[in-house]
Design a binder for this molecule. Structure first.
Ligand code: 5AD
Length: 361
């Protein structure tokens, strides 16, 4: 089913409880029919909090001098992958800021080791990289790449996400196309409630999910970080723009449910940002309103509190075992099952099957 701008916008403006219940039920039905009852668990390793960008919203931005920086060693990353296997996960996600010192050959080597020595799918979430780097990681065996376009409002993005000095404005949509051509499973997504972002912008985000036909979609509320310019501006600035989207749970659930309707077969996580605004019910409601993935944090204890893209991040005070147990309990509380295997994109599998020639008569 293809959604129109007007339909999406009217759901985003809806505040009638029973009508919203029908949206949650429809998203849950489509999720069950298209990707089933399994909740896939992806082990998350935040491998470096260095970043040479200056995004106005993000706590690991390069100018934030209050952050204690770290970079995991290849051995630590390899051990994290073993922990993902030991916990029965099918995927490890390697996430980092845009860390120029995260050496490409070292990274490719650790990807190759994980791929040769474990059955894991490897997902990368390393920000904007060159085409050559993305191709090298793919050749080393990386299977999937997450790169949120953050907001479809170009002007807002260029303001909040400035290019490095001397670089042209970023074209994340071009990079998403490159990732698709390199045959990565492609994930993207947005933040909800960025200052200056309207409900109409969010409606266009959902249309863009649909148009990009994404394999994975991550959506979370914007959470102000005190050591960022955007936080400072929020405290001193003019009243919100007309139609400003709220960075709240309800708008996030609406976006997740609409993402499920727009891209029925996508893998959609219930995100850490959502769990941060509602630690108890957030993950459960996310899974009941369109999501089918959780990403328990397996980042080693000395580092995890330091990957502070926003404050009070859910799970930052937990051990890996506690994060893993919490995810398991959430899946069981809903009467769903933990996914077996890698939890590859259903959509891409079907596309591959359609292009494989059948047996000749
Ligand atoms: N609040 C919520 N999400 C954030 N991200 C970065 N900063 C924040 C914030 N302050 C999200 C971005 C990025 C992802 C890794 O984290 O969407 O792509």
């Amino acid at each position: 089913m293809s959604l129109t701008f007007d339909q999406i916008l009217s759901w985003l403006q809806e505040d009638d409880g029973p009508r919203l219940d029908s949206l949650w039920q429809e998203a849950d039905r489509v999720r069950r029919e298209q990707v089933g009852e399994e909740v896939h668990l992806r082990g998350l390793l935040e491998i470096s909090n260095y970043c040479d960008r200056a995004c106005q919203y993000c706590g690991i931005r390069q100018p934030n001098v209050h952050l204690d920086r770290y970079r995991m060693t290849p051995e630590e990353i390899r051990a994290g992958a073993d922990e993902a296997v030991a916990r029965g996960y099918g995927t490890v996600v390697l996430q980092a800021g845009e860390d120029p010192a995260l050496d490409l050959s070292v990274l490719c080597d650790v990807i190759r080791r994980i791929k040769n020595e474990t059955p894991l799918a490897v997902t990368l979430s390393l920000g904007e990289r060159t085409v050559a780097e993305l191709a090298a990681c793919r050749r080393a065996g990386a299977d999937r790449y997450l790169l949120r376009f953050e907001t479809s409002n170009r002007e807002l993005l260029e303001h909040l996400h400035p290019p490095r000095a001397g670089d042209p404005p970023t074209h994340r949509l071009d990079l998403l196309r490159v990732l698709d051509e390199l045959e990565y499973e492609v994930g993207s997504g947005v933040m909800v409630g960025l200052p200056g972002q309207t409900l109409a912008d969010l409606a266009r985000d959902v249309l863009l999910f649909q148009q990009l036909d994404l394999d994975m979609i991550g959506i979370g509320p914007y959470i102000p970080h005190p050591h960022t310019p955007l936080f400072q501006k929020l405290r001193t600035a003019d009243p919100p723009c007309a139609g400003q989207a709220t960075a709240d749970e309800l708008t996030t659930y609406k976006m997740m449910a609409l993402a499920r309707l727009a891209c029925p077969q996508a893998n959609i996580p219930s995100t850490t940002a959502l769990a941060t605004v509602n630690p108890q019910a957030g993950p459960l409601l996310g899974l009941a309103r369109g999501a089918n993935v959780l990403m328990p944090n397996l980042t080693p204890a000395p580092y995890r509190r330091r990957y502070e893209i926003y404050p009070h991040k859910a799970g930052s005070e937990r051990t890996s075992a506690e994060s893993a147990n919490a995810a398991l309990e959430q899946v069981l509380a809903l009467g769903r099952q933990v996914g077996c295997g890698r939890g590859d994109s259903v959509k891409r599998r079907m596309r591959c099957r359609a292009t494989v020639p059948g047996p000749t008569e």
